[in-house]
Design a protein around this ligand. Structure first.
Ligand SMILES: C[S@@+](CC[C@H](N)C(=O)[O-])C[C@H]1O[C@@H](n2cnc3c(N)ncnc32)[C@H](O)[C@@H]1O
Length: 201
């Protein structure tokens, strides 16, 4: 029998703190530390970590079953999956001013206006990401929902203190997610945002 995996877990309901002092101090040792928020089935994070053994990649996913499935399927020495909400993982696990890259791909199905508050990417999350990133750290965001793209772009433009990267080769070289494959198959447009924080903090 096929296991049913709930497609939607409301991240606002996941409030467990992450007791990860040991992880945090271990992460301090990595020179190139990256984070994917909402890794889903883990296609991107697994391939990216294997392709870049010199980097250390933390993934946080709010759906527990996906995290367990990932752990069963993969053992990748430079990849660490965590069950929890992205913002809490940033607060509790990630050291300040250490992350080089943050990935947020097809973050949420909450694209209706009334779901605005539930959206993963908002000014609070961006502020937290900024605090945790090295100066010059880069953020990569994708979606196939145009209103979400506009909303996320607006969050970035309003925040300021960052530079958009045009024609980022990352999207050709490294980017492949479960969701992006379906977007391609169904010939949906995909929208990409790449930016780096300005050096002065
Ligand atoms: C539409 S799926 C995309 C999955 C994957 N990024 C991809 O592109 O295939 C969005 C994922 O983000 C996860 N998610 C949503 N809100 C989250 C949050 N606040 N923290 C961590 N994961 C979250 C969901 O559980 C889901 O697996």
């Amino acid at each position: 029998m096929k296991k049913r995996i709930r497609t939607h877990t409301n991240p606002l309901n996941i409030t467990q703190r992450l007791d990860t002092i040991n992880i945090k101090s271990a992460l301090m040792n990595y020179h190139q530390l990256d984070l994917e928020i909402g890794f889903g089935r883990g296609r991107f994070i697994s391939q990216y970590a294997e392709k870049h053994p010199e980097r250390y990649v933390v993934g946080v996913e709010v759906r527990k079953q996906m995290v367990e499935e990932f752990k069963r399927r993969y053992t990748i020495p430079n990849c660490f999956p965590i069950w929890g909400a992205g913002a809490i993982c940033l607060e509790d696990v990630m050291p300040d001013a250490k992350i080089s890259r943050v990935f947020i791909f097809h973050p949420d199905p909450w694209f209706k206006k009334r779901h605005h508050k539930r959206r993963v990417f908002n000014t609070d999350l961006l502020t937290l990401i900024h605090k945790k990133m090295r100066p010059g750290g880069q953020v990569y965001i994708s979606t196939d929902v145009e209103v979400l793209y506009e909303d996320m772009l607006n969050v970035c433009q309003t925040y300021g203190n960052l530079e958009f990267i045009e024609d980022d080769p990352f999207w050709e070289q490294d980017y492949l997610t479960h969701w992006s494959m379906f977007s391609d198959l169904e010939e949906r447009s995909q929208f990409f945002i790449s930016f780096k924080f300005k050096e002065e903090k």
